[in-house]
Ligand binder design. Structure first.
Ligand SMILES: [Zn+2]
Length: 443
C-alpha cells in the first residue's frame, strides 16, 4: 500500500542547511520518502492523508544512538548492580539476569520500543548480550522487528568476564556463527544486526578481531567510560583503549563507540582519522557518577556525535537527555556559551544519523530523506529562528509534547495515541515479565 501523506505545521525545523526553517510549513511524503518540504498552499489540507498541525512544530524523527532496550524495561525493579569491569554479579542479580528468556526479553523490549516511539524516536540502537544456549536475543530482536522503528541491533558478546556464566559465553568463532544465525533470521531494510564486542575489559582480542571482521557496516562497542576502565587498560593492555584497537588493526570507520568519556588527545586524533561515530549518554553517565567529557575537542577532531539513553536511565525521554547534555556541557566548561541547544538538537537528529552511518537518508527534513517525522505541540516560540526553536525544544521540551510520530511514512503515534500496536497489552506483558524476574531473583 502506498504510504502517502503529509502535514501542515506552524513551523518546520528541518536541520537542512539549504532550508533550515519554514514557518508555516508543508511536509509531504510518499512511499516512505519525503517528497515535498515547502510553504503550504491552499488545498493542501483537502488531500487524503494530510493532517492539520498548524499550531505545532515539525522536526526530523529523533535518533537514539546507544541503548539497552530490554534493560530499560527493568527500571525500578532490577536488583542493585554497580557498573564494574567484569567481576561476578551479586547472587540476586545473577538469578534475575539468568531468568531473562526469549519471551521475557521480547515483552520488556516491546515496552522499551513503544516508549521510544512515544518520545519521538524513529531510529534507535539496541545492544543486548547474547548468551550461548538461549534465545533471549531473539526475543529482543522480535520486538525490534515489530516496533515500527528503524533499529540498529547489536548482539553483544562477552568472553572475558563472569557477568555471563562461562558455559554460556560464545567463543570468537561461535559468536560469528551466532551473528550469522541472527542475520539470516531477522535482518532487513529497517533492522540491521551487528556483533558487538561489549568492551575491552569484557572481550578478548580474538573476539574483537572476529566481530570486526564480521561487521556489515558499523559495529558498536563501549569505550573508556570510567577512571577504573582507564586504569584497567593501562595495567592490563599497557596502553589506552583506542590505541589498543589501533594496535589490533581494527580501528576504522566501522565503529559506533559508546561513552567517549576518557579519551586523550592521541585517542581523539586516532578516532578522528578513522572516522568513527560516538554516542554520548549524559543522563546514564551522570546517573552512574561518571565524569562529564568535553565534547568540543571531540567534534573538532572530526568525530560524529549522537546522543544515547543507555541504561540505567529511568525513562526514554530523549528531549530530557538532550537538555542534560546541554547543561552538563555548560557546567563542565564553566561557560554558558560552550554548548548550545542547537548543538544538542543536531546530535539528536543529523549527528546521530551520521554516527550510525545513515547520513543522507536520516536526520533531516529534506526531499529524498526517509519520511521520519516528529511533531511537538505547545512549543512554538514567539520569535522564530532556528536557535530559538532549538532552545525551546531542548530546554522546555519533553515527551509529553510529542503529538505525532511518523517512521518511513507509517504513523506510530497520531494525536497523542499509539497507532498500530496494542499499548495496554504491551504494558501488561512487560509487567508480567518483571514480576517473573523478581520472583526468580528472590528464590
Ligand atoms: Zn551501554
Amino acid at each position: 500500500m502506498a504510504r502517502k501523506g503529509g502535514l501542515v505545521a506552524g513551523a518546520a525545523c528541518t536541520m537542512d542547511p539549504d532550508q533550515p526553517l519554514l514557518s508555516p510549513a508543508y511536509v509531504g511524503w510518499d512511499g516512505g520518502t519525503l517528497v515535498e518540504i515547502r510553504p503550504p498552499r491552499s488545498g493542501d489540507l483537502d488531500a487524503d492523508g494530510v493532517h492539520d498541525r498548524h499550531d505545532a512544530l515539525v522536526l526530523p524523527g529523533f535518533v537514539n544512538v546507544h541503548h539497552h532496550v530490554t534493560s530499560a524495561g527493568l527500571t525500578g525493579v532490577e536488583p542493585e548492580a554497580q557498573p564494574g569491569l567484569g567481576a561476578a554479579p551479586p547472587e540476586a542479580r545473577r538469578r534475575f539476569v539468568a531468568a531473562i528468556d526469549q519471551d521475557r526479553s521480547r515483552a520488556l523490549a516491546a515496552l522499551g520500543f513503544l516508549e521510544l516511539a512515544r518520545a519521538g524516536v524513529t531510529t534507535t540502537t539496541d545492544s543486548q548480550a547474547a548468551w550461548k544456549g538461549d534465545r533471549r536475543v531473539d526475543g529482543a530482536i522480535e520486538a525490534a522487528a515489530s516496533s515500527g522503528l528503524r533499529v540498529h541491533f547489536s548482539a553483544a558478546f562477552l568472553d572475558r568476564t563472569e557477568l555471563i556464566p562461562p558455559q554460556q559465553q560464545h567463543t570468537p568463532d561461535g559468536a560469528v556463527q551466532e551473528l550469522d544465525r541472527l542475520r539470516n533470521l531477522f535482518a532487513g531494510d529497517r533492522l540491521e544486526i551487528e556483533g558487538e564486542p561489549l568492551s575491552l575489559p569484557r572481550a578478548t582480542d580474538d573476539l574483537v578481531r572476529a566481530l570486526h571482521g564480521a561487521r556489515h557496516r558499523r559495529a558498536a562497542m563501549h569505550l573508556t567510560y570510567s577512571r577504573a576502565f582507564e586504569r584497567w587498560a593501562d595495567e592490563t593492555l599497557g596502553r589506552r583503549a583506542v590505541e589498543h584497537l589501533d594496535h589490533l588493526g581494527v580501528l576504522d570507520a566501522g565503529w559506533l563507540f559508546a561513552h567517549p568519556v576518557h579519551l586523550d588527545a592521541n585517542e581523539l586524533r586516532l578516532l578522528g582519522q578513522a572516522g568513527a561515530g560516538t554516542a554520548y549518554c549524559p543522563v546514564s553517565n551522570l546517573h552512574m557518577g561518571l565524569e562529564i567529557p568535553d565534547l568540543r575537542p571531540l567534534r573538532a577532531a572530526g568525530l560524529t556525535l549522537g546522543l544515547g539513553l543507555d541504561h540505567p536511565n529511568g525513562n526514554h525521554d530523549v528531549l530530557q537527555n538532550a537538555k542534560v547534555a546541554t547543561i552538563a556541557q555548560r557546567s563542565a566548561a564553566g561557560d554558558p556559551d560552550a554548548w548550545t541547544a542547537l548543538d544538542s538538537l543536531e546530535a539528536l537528529t543529523v549527528g546521530g544519523a551520521a554516527a550510525l552511518g545513515l547520513e543522507g537518508r536520516v536526520g533531516r527534513l529534506a526531499v529524498g530523506y526517509a519520511a521520519d517525522v516528529v511533531v511537538l505541540a505547545g512549543l512554538l516560540p514567539p520569535v522564530l529562528t532556528v536557535g530559538r526553536i532549538a532552545e525551546r525544544v531542548v530546554m522546555a521540551g519533553a515527551r509529553e509534547h510529542v503529538s505525532d510520530v511518523v517512521a518511513e511514512g507509517r504513523w506510530l503515534v497520531r494525536d497523542g495515541a499509539v497507532v498500530g500496536s496494542d499499548e495496554d497489552a504491551i504494558r501488561r506483558d512487560a509487567v508480567a515479565a518483571q514480576d517473573a524476574l523478581l520472583a526468580a531473583a528472590a528464590r
